[in-house]
Design a protein around this ligand. Structure first.
Ligand code: PLP
Length: 358
């Protein structure tokens, strides 16, 4: 068969997202770190108002100006330090495309968010990735990271799938000594103690880009909104390569309402943190090793006599989806998204009954 595409494309491994069962299926879905609670009800009025006013026949604002203003105000930064993207994944993709000239190098702690290696390989230009394994305690190997060189250093903070938030001073030291751009992916930062975000440092470090998403704390994974924060120069360069209208009008308006309703956001975060605490205790009582999490998920090692894949499969048969990663460092762990209290109860009950059968 004639090959119409670049030969590299035929060899590429695509990103494999967590399983998304069909809508309406009764699944306890704890596999993709979504939020179990609905988004703020304030978004309802805004959607119907756009439709009623017949605004959809027009293109949206190309840079999501109002959303940038709203986020900027809340973070005490200028709106020109923000680039709104179609999910934070689009922001990461723009960043990699903008930086990775042929034969560039990306450095990551390993494991971290599994999209970064894919974003490197899809450039199909000989760019390579250096993976610096986590230490045995699952923290970053700062000694090795500090010695590394590359065009991009990318990591999630708190990290995924471990849920660990690294020490701020260590991260800042790393950023100030790295010779290329540093991507600090803060998809889960709202579940960490207030003040943990590195957004406050983007003015001081010209090589720092922070990414954020509405998919986790704001309960808006289906909406696809995220953003990058960096100094004005970096953001204006990235703006050159984004699609003209990368965010729809409805998406922008919903995200604005979500940012404005800080009280609601704080309420659901509190509920998740409470459930996280409760689930950690329950699993520890069942002799799981629970890594201290600053996210909306737990990375846990089942007791010695329990095979993680078998437990994963058992739960799946009971319509409870969690996540298993088969690579070397993760293979003895399971990642469990924090669900609602009711979902956590079902999960605990099924794990207990599995352990009793062993
Ligand atoms: C670390 C990390 N970054 C980014 C994303 C993707 O976020 P978005 O839905 O905004 O594309 C995820 C999704 O699971 C993630 O775990």
């Amino acid at each position: 068969m004639k090959k119409y595409f670049q030969s590299e494309l035929y060899k590429l491994d695509p990103y494999i997202p967590g399983e998304q069962p069909g809508l309406g299926k009764k699944i306890v879905k704890l596999n993709t770190n979504e939020n179990p609670y609905p988004p703020t009800p304030k978004i309802n009025a805004v959607v119907s108002s756009i439709i009623k006013k017949g605004l959809l026949k027009r293109y949206p604002n190309p840079t999501s100006e109002e959303l940038r203003k709203t986020i900027a105000k809340q973070n005490g930064i200028s709106k020109d330090m923000i680039l709104i993207t179609n999910g934070s994944d689009e922001g990461l993709s723009l960043l990699f495309r903008a930086i990775l000239a042929p034969k560039s190098k990306v450095v990551i702690p390993y494991p971290t968010y599994s999209l970064y290696p894919i974003l490197t390989s899809i450039e199909m230009n000989g760019s390579t990735i250096e993976k610096i394994p986590l230490l045995e305690n699952l923290h970053f190997d700062f000694q090795k990271l500090k010695k590394s060189k590359g065009d991009i250093l990318a990591f999630a903070s708190p990290n995924a799938p471990t849920g660990i938030l690294e020490d701020e001073n260590e991260l800042l030291y790393l950023i100030s000594h790295f010779n290329g751009m540093v991507l600090c992916d803060e998809a889960y930062i709202d579940f960490a103690p207030p003040g943990s975000s590195l957004i406050q440092f983007v003015k001081r470090y010209p090589n720092l880009i922070v990414s954020r998403t509405f998919s986790k704390s704001y309960s808006l994974a289906g909406l696809r909104v995220g953003y990058l924060v960096s100094n004005e120069d970096n953001i204006s360069l990235l703006n050159k390569i984004k699609d003209s209208y990368n965010l729809g009008m409805i998406e922008e308006s919903i995200a604005i309402e979500a940012v404005k309703d800080k009280k609601y956001l704080d309420k659901i975060i509190r509920m998740i943190l409470k459930s996280r605490e409760h689930l950690s205790i329950e699993l520890s009582n069942m002799l799981f090793t629970v890594i201290k999490s600053d996210t909306n998920f737990l990375f846990v090692k089942p007791p010695q006599n329990i095979n993680p894949i078998e437990l994963f499969e058992y739960l799946k048969k009971k319509y409870i989806y969690i996540r298993y990663f088969k690579d070397d460092i993760c293979k003895s762990y399971l990642r469990i998204t924090i669900g609602s209290q009711k979902e956590n109860k079902i999960l605990i009950k099924e794990i207990k009954s599995y352990l009793l059968k062993r």
